[in-house]
Design a protein around this ligand. Sequence first.
Ligand SMILES: NC(=O)c1ccc[n+]([C@@H]2O[C@H](COP(=O)([O-])OP(=O)(O)OC[C@H]3O[C@@H](n4cnc5c(N)ncnc54)[C@H](O)[C@@H]3O)[C@@H](O)[C@H]2O)c1
Ligand SMILES: O=P(O)(O)OC[C@H](O)CO
Length: 375
Amino acid sequence: MTPRHEPLPRVVVLGAGSWGTTFGKILADGGADVVMWARRPELAHEINEAKRNSKYLPGINLPRTMTATSSLKEALDGAEQIYLSIPSQQVRTSLKPLRPLIASSDAPIVSLMKGVERRTGLRMSQVIEQELRCDPGRVAVASGPNLALEIAREQPTAAVISSVSQETADAVARRARNTYFRTFVNTDVIGTEFGGVLKNLIAVAIGIVDGVGYGENTKASIVTRGLVEMTDFAVAQGAHPETLQGLAGLGDLIATCQSPLSRNNTAGRLLGQGYSFQDVVKRMEQTAEGLASVAPILQLARAAGVHMPIVEQVKMVLDGTMNPRDIAPHLTTDDDTPQGERTQNGQAGGGGALWRSLQRTLDQLRNSGRRAPRD
Ligand SMILES: NC(=O)c1ccc[n+]([C@@H]2O[C@H](COP(=O)([O-])OP(=O)(O)OC[C@H]3O[C@@H](n4cnc5c(N)ncnc54)[C@H](O)[C@@H]3O)[C@@H](O)[C@H]2O)c1
Ligand SMILES: O=P(O)(O)OC[C@H](O)CO
């Protein structure tokens, strides 16, 4: 008698660019039956027939258990989990046709994106919750040092899966792992998402000074001070500082700032070489999320009273109001008075992120008597 095989769990990835396709491979190599949704039928055809995505992942063979379709309805049919990898500025409109198709499903929805919506400043999990009108506990996000091409070549790495629901985070992490992709979990969605957004902005700064021709001292200063800015900002928005010390913060910051594969780093390098913002946008063939996130992040930072000198200067270079060569001398402050080197936890200055977070929590407890939310 031939042995009967259990059907593989079916998952869907919406968006067949470099990260969507790589994540599809991660899931397929982890034992899932993966359906990719590609906007362009030619791309779906190439994935099905040649097991390749030559535009985004040249030279990578895709697993046999990965198929593709350009029909959203067909892609979503029977999906146990739904992954989204579409440029952040396009997510809201892309979600509209999804709502009726998933009305009777309770499949977790996982954001693979690392941007904020320019118009609203919302994180991608918030846009998903709004557009799909779903419970936050159904939404998860994935983030970490995850350069697509390295992972598609099966070079080992790790990521964090975060959801306000521990159960959802666990279920997604169990599905999205294999021998070269290790997933950890947390419930700090704010910190995990903002880690991915903010490291892009620091990577643009690194690219700029690289393009100018500055060396390792400049870059190390920007990475170190950049992590302080990231932590201050994220904690002011409600994140846990330790999340920014982890894979979704420091880990991703290192990978993105060091790698020529990073599109944000590349965009910055072009700016540093003297290309205008418009030229850079024209030359980028793939998504560099940092370029669209700078303005909304600075708006949120100003509203929360968080000082982000590096990100401010990236914005000035993008706007053409600062010469890229001038970005480094103003790394920390324009103030003439020497300052203590305040790091994440508020040493040497007492105004740190952790302290403000504690104060906020105490205020919430005092004012409402309710439990302080973790996220
Ligand atoms: N590439 C990476 O290494 C990497 C790693 C981690 C996270 N990310 C994040 O993943 C997200 C997607 O990035 P990517 O690298 O896959 O970008 P990409 O530019 O490689 O691909 C984007 C894909 O989205 C499609 N698309 C564009 N507009 C669309 C729309 N309106 N509807 C449907 N599909 C649309 C494009 O056709 C393309 O297939 C970004 O937020 C990025 O920050 C990327
Ligand atoms: O190519 P980037 O700059 O979008 O970075 C890719 C990933 O986010 C790295 O983790």
